[in-house]
Structure formats: C-alpha cells, structure tokens
Design a protein around this ligand. Sequence first.
Ligand code: NDP
Length: 317
Amino acid sequence: MTPFSNRITKLFNIDYPIIQAGMIWASGWRLASAVSNAGGLGIIGSGSMYPDVLREHIRKCKAATNRPFGINVPLLYPDIDKHIEIIIEEGVQLVFTSAGNPKTWTNILKEKGITVVHVVSSSKFARKSEEAGCDAVVAEGFEAGGHNGREETTTLVLIPSVVDAVKVPVIAAGGIATGRQMLAAMVLGAEGVQMGSRFVASEEASSHINFKNVVVNSREGDTQLTLKQLTPVRLMKNEFFKQVQEAEQKGATVEELNALLGRARAKKGMFEGDLAEGELEIGQVSALLDSILPAGDIVKNVWKEFTDGLANPVKKF
Ligand code: NDP
C-alpha cells in the first residue's frame, strides 16, 4: 500500500492518517505497537494505568516498534503530574490530551519538543486548543464511546464546523470504523481519523474477551449517552446502565449517582469482563462491527476501503 502524505501523516511521521484512540483498559503497548507497525498511529491509553504501569507500557512499546506512537492523557487523571514526568523522561514524542483545559499542560509539553493534540467536542474548544498551542485537534462527535461532550454535536456537523474554526489539522472521531466513513470525514475537511471502538474489537486490545464479544454482537441502538449529571459517557445498555437509568428517573442526586457508580466500574466491565455490573464504554459504531481482527489488518482494511472509495466515491445502484 502506497504511503499517503498530508499534514497529519507529516506531523506524526506515519504512512496512513489512521489513529487508534487511547482508551482506558483497552490500549496498552500491544495494541499501540501493532497499529504503529502497520503504518497508523498507535496510542497508549494512560487513564487506567498507575504511573509505574505507564512507564512499563512505554518501554515495551518502544521495544515492539521503531515507528512513532503516542500517549493519551485524560486531564482528569488524579496523578497527572507523574504521568507527564514519565512521558518526558521516557522521551515520548506525541501526546494526545483529553477531558480538560488544553492550556494546563500544552506549553510544558511543547517546551520539551513534544507534539500535542487535544480532543474536543466543539468549535469553541478547538479554538481554545489552537490558542493553547496544540499542533492538531481531534474533533470527536456524539457517536463516540466513553467520555463525551455535553452539547451532543454529531460528527457530521462537528467536523465542518471545527475545520472552519481552526487552521491546525483536524482529525475526525466518533462513529468511524470503516474506510468509507473515513472517506466521508475527509470529504468534510478532516485530514485523519481516530478510531476507538474498531480497535477495541482487535486481537491486541487488552480489554476482556467478554467485552470484545459484546461489541461485535451489538446492534444499532445498543449504546446510549448517560450519566450527564456527572461526566457524560456513552455506554452499552447493560444491567448497570439500567440501574443508572432507573436512578435518574427517580431523580437521583449527583451524590446518589456517584455512590451507584462507585469505584472501578470501568475496570470491572471492560477489563474483568463483568458484563452485567461493569461500565461498558463503547461507541455507536460498534453496531457495524462483526469480527475481532488483528489490529494491523484493521489499518490495512480501512485504508484499502478508503482508497477504493476515493476512486469511486458515490455508490451506483
Ligand atoms: P474510578 O475512580 O472509578 O477508578 C479509578 C480506576 O483507575 C481504578 O480502576 C484504578 O485501578 C485505575 N487507576 C489507575 N491509576 C490510578 C491512580 N493513580 N489513582 C487511582 N486509580 C487509578 O475511575 P474510572 O475508571 O472511571 O476512570 C479512570 C480514569 O480514566 C480517569 O482519569 C478518567 O478521566 C479516565 N477515563 C478516560 C476515558 C476516555 O475516554 N479516555 C473514559 C473514562 C475514563 P485499580 O482498580 O487497579 O486500583
């Protein structure tokens, strides 16, 4: 497959503008290095890792690939100072920040020569990210799994708005798992795509096999955005989701919802495979997935479908 060249492939020094989202409990060094070795950009999701675990994953990723890879840092992470220190010490070159103010860490990272990308769900936050000095933004729409924006703007509306709002390159995310979806995003002005759910259903993802199986067996309408009073999050509609719905219908307070959520629900669901009581964070696009594949094949298939689609973009019936 011929490498592609645009601002995103040049910024990250990769062959194809396909980025694997940094996801808690799913994207460790195995997944990140497999995606990077296939010519995309692999990202280690640091949100579920204690600092010493993050360091181990960075070192293993460096040993498994000589291609660039990045780290996703959710800015809500409790020990974020330690994560940033490790990222700098280990010489990581690319950081994707999310869920917080891009002004807080961008300068510190950029002073160390690190490329910084921030994940946004609105044009307003895209502009803030550009002002903060970010090199690119990921514009993530309502369809996305896990943490989500409050304004519920869909990818189809968000991408052209963000592309108009900033000069830095825009990476589209939320609801993208196929080459034709990638093509649609690029037609709207994105210069790359970030995919999460597609890579959860990969052989190298560290998520539990029970979770992967639920993802590939799910249907349209099986996910919903919930917990809007706390942090909005898109979940698979399982037993835990129903408990949250019932509590919200009865008018539960923030304290009551926090008590119901408890601690480590995400780990219970996505890493330990408790499909009833765990939190299962996944995007709407899971409905289109039907197989668990090697991550390298995902990159190749998406790229092939994208290039085939580029040659013949409108389906003829
Ligand atoms: P909880 O407070 O429910 O639980 C914390 C979880 O994080 C535990 O499972 C714990 O592992 C693990 N953990 C890793 N490092 C630390 C640390 N330094 N201190 C405490 N716990 C740690 O949080 P969540 O599981 O809901 O979220 C964890 C993190 O992931 C947050 O920073 C959050 O912002 C981020 N997140 C990111 C998402 C994304 O889309 N990128 C989506 C959802 C969450 P153990 O059980 O082994 O102690």
